[in-house]
Design a protein around this ligand. Structure first.
Ligand code: UDP
Ligand code: MG
Length: 316
């Protein structure tokens, strides 16, 4: 491509053969009129059906289309990352390729980016998915995530989101963390907002996830809380608790020693003795973990050239 487009739309697809044709048509209709240059990057995440061949067949009709075919199924997060790595736009919009998100919402997302936000997240207010297996667990997860990460959104799971390229290019989306991109970028101070978007029921193909996803999302949430609090000063957390435990244990053992030597009491049978030992050992362990975590953290920042701050602009 000669000139860089303003907008890159990144869409991962895995075994979506029936959705490709209508997807490309709806993108074409929605994006033709937005008055911005754009590209659409469809990442085929190792589909075993005809997804890739249909994409290649339709490619000549759509000059804005780029196809990235991954060697095997790496998962939705990896597919997003591949697409984002190849995206050239100033603004990157991510969405699903199963026709559940609607490209007609893209201009609304772009308008919010123009207002100055770094991230605009879609909120599927009227979500068209099964209640028990999807909407209920996701409602609970969303409430919890919003409380614990302090990034106030209603719907983390919605793939339809827009990002200013510079804030998203820097994050690696390990595992299934694509749901947490707003949280990840909030660590470096991104301005985040959300808007309501339309959601459609899945017409063709089936969902790639089951109910076990809820549990995995909770684990990821735990990781996010850890990152938010301790990514740059782990010794403070581990050292503080460890130190307190050690002191409590030390106090207990001191007390028992005094009983033994000054009052001649037998202390061998006392449960307190074991508690004290346990507290001392745990305390030392925690402080040690904190020191190790400091080393790991330094290696992380220094090896990747990451900084512990993020600059919005420099005014000279
Ligand atoms: N997807 C993918 N790789 C995977 C699983 C899913 O690229 O390993 C794509 C899938 O084709 C779809 C999007 O990610 O475009 C969302 O998946 P799905 O519709 O199954 O999730 P749900 O809407 O049920 O949350
Ligand atoms: Mg879907």
């Amino acid at each position: 491509m000669s000139q860089k487009p303003y907008l890159s739309v990144v869409i991962p697809v895995y075994n979506e053969e029936k959705n490709i044709k209508p997807l490309l048509e709806s993108l074409d209709n929605a994006l033709k009129g937005i008055g911005k240059t754009f590209e659409v990057i469809i990442v085929d995440d190792g589909s075993q059906d005809k997804t890739l061949s249909i994409l290649k067949e339709l490619k000549p009709r759509y000059p804005w289309l780029k196809i990235i075919a991954l060697r095997k199924n790496f998962g939705q997060s990896a597919a997003f990352t591949a697409g984002i790595d190849h995206a050239q736009g100033e603004v990157i919009v991510t969405m699903d390729g199963d026709l559940q998100n609607d490209p007609r919402d893209i201009p609304k997302l772009l308008a919010k980016i123009e207002e100055g936000y770094d991230v605009v997240s879609g909120w599927r207010k009227d979500r068209k998915d099964p209640f028990l297996s999807r909407k209920l667990p996701s409602m609970m997860a969303n409430a919890l995530i919003s409380r614990l990460t302090r990034v106030k959104l209603h719907d983390y799971g919605c793939s339809l989101k827009a990002y200013r390229a510079e804030v998203i290019k820097g994050v690696t989306i390990y595992g299934e963390l694509h749901r947490f991109i707003p949280v990840l970028v909030s660590f470096s101070g991104a301005r985040i907002t959300e808007i309501e978007v339309t959601h459609h029921p899945r017409k063709f193909g089936k969902s790639k996830y089951g109910i076990s996803r809820t549990y995995r999302v909770l684990l990821d949430l735990f990781l996010m809380i850890f990152f938010r609090k301790f990514a740059t000063k782990p010794l403070h957390m581990f050292g503080l608790t460890g130190g307190l435990l050690f002191l409590a244990g030390f106090g207990i053992e001191l007390y028992l020693t005094i009983l033994k030597f000054f009052y001649g009491q037998d202390i061998g049978q006392r449960p307190l003795l074991i508690l004290g030992v346990l507290l001392i050992v745990t305390g030392i362990n925690l402080v040690g973990t904190g020191l190790l975590a400091e080393l790991v953290m330094r290696t992380y920042y220094e090896s990747s050239g990451k900084r512990i701050y993020s600059v919005r602009e420099v005014i000279k």
